[in-house]
Design a protein around this ligand. Structure first.
Ligand code: FES
Length: 188
């Protein structure tokens, strides 16, 4: 078998197939786009959209992932051990010392309580589940700090969703949310 017939260099014929295939994809894409675009909610609808999530069945140590504005949101009822572990870390030792919590001041520090739902509700953690490096979805209760682990490039988040190791630059962001009853969280 010569090289041009094997799995090595693509032959001229292969190149023509690839080029033709790509033209087909581009053509289909530009044809379909106007229809897809019309189906999107407009910006004002997206801006006000909020969801309510019943978390009654989430025992300590359990998590739920919901979709909000097209993104995954992690809701976790943390265990006492997870809270203690996060509280034991000094803010000065954090890679990102900012809380990144949309419910409090932008300058707030990434203490455990300011990453959580607040005083008396420290067990609740609500975060956008998108890695702050390049946007993969981290895995829960994994990694070196027992929080979340992004396998794409190895970012480790702790039990308060704070980046502790790896290329991600920031803590997982906390969206606007509030408890509208004992068991229902409104996000957005
Ligand atoms: S996208 Fe998560 S580590 Fe790169």
């Amino acid at each position: 078998m010569t090289q041009s017939e094997g799995a090595g260099e693509p032959t001229r014929r292969d190149f023509l197939y690839i080029a033709t295939g790509m033209a087909g994809v581009v053509g289909a894409g530009s044809f379909a786009w106007p229809f897809i675009d019309q189906m999107r909610p407009d910006a004002s609808t997206l801006a006000v959209s909020s969801i309510e999530v019943n978390v009654e069945s989430l025992e300590p140590g359990m998590s739920l992932t919901v979709k909000w504005r097209g993104k995954p949101v992690f809701i976790r009822n943390r265990t006492a051990a997870e809270i203690e572990e996060a509280k034991a870390v000094a803010v000065a030792d954090l890679k990102d010392p900012v809380a990144r919590n949309a419910n409090i001041a932008a300058s707030a520090e990434a203490t455990d309580v300011d990453r959580s739902a607040g005083e008396g509700l420290e067990n609740w953690l609500v975060m956008i589940g998108v890695c702050t490096h390049l946007g993969c979805i981290p895995l829960g209760q994994a990694g070196e700090f027992g929080g979340w682990f992004c396998p794409c490039h190895g970012s480790h988040y702790d039990t308060a969703g704070r980046i502790r190791k790896g290329p991600a630059p920031e803590n997982l962001p906390v969206p606007v949310f509030s408890f509208v009853s004992d068991s229902v969280i409104k996000i957005g």
